[in-house]
Ligand binder design. Structure first.
Ligand code: ADP
Length: 167
């Protein structure tokens, strides 16, 4: 059985991420979406919330499962007997960082390879942080996120706003 892991922050999952998940589920027998816990970028959503959101959007793809992980990606890969890391490439700006990451992982775990899927052109500009920025100022995020996720992002910003008003 060929298992791949698609790691990331997914804060929150966008339609661009979903496109990569769907396509990799057609290439591999099993795809594990790995949600990174020890994230330097103080996330908007907790890791439990991010896992739940990913489970919701992938519920109709039977060979996809979602797990959170902490620590080194290659250790998580080994625990799950996965030999391929899937990453998405949007623009040349992603390339340098992704190349460095792939090479570093290859040095520390030579049995593991990274497979890059190029973004669907429709989502080439899209990132979780851009979607959050639009949402923060009350903009329409329906082009970027699944409706279930968009609703949760709007609710999160509303709650944060109310919190601020109370103080
Ligand atoms: P990270 O913090 O590890 O970059 P992200 O959640 O931002 O995590 O992204 C996870 C992966 O998905 C990365 O490989 C990233 O390049 C890719 N990705 C993000 N947005 C898109 C998109 N719109 N289209 C294709 N790939 C994407």
């Amino acid at each position: 059985m060929k298992t791949a892991i698609y790691p990331g922050s997914f804060d929150p999952v966008t339609l661009g991420h979903f496109d990569i998940i769907k396509r990799s589920s057609e290439i591999f027998d099993q795809v594990i979406v790995g949600v990174l816990c020890n994230n330097a970028k103080s996330p908007l959503f907790s890791v439990e919330e991010r896992v739940k959101m990913l489970e919701e959007v992938t519920k109709d793809i039977p060979n996809v499962e979602v797990q959170s992980f902490d620590g080194l990606l290659v250790d998580f890969m080994r625990q799950n007997h996965a030999k391929v890391i899937v990453r998405g490439l949007r623009a040349i700006t992603d390339f340098e960082y992704e190349l460095q990451l792939a090479q570093m992982n290859r040095v520390i775990a030579p049995e593991i390879d990274t497979l890059f899927l190029t973004t669907n052109l429709k989502y080439a500009y899209l990132s979780s942080s851009m979607a959050k920025e639009v949402a923060m100022y009350g903009g329409d995020i329906s082009e970027f996120l699944d409706p279930v996720i968009a609703k949760q992002v709007q609710e999160k910003y509303q709650a944060l706003q109310e919190d601020r008003e109370c103080k």
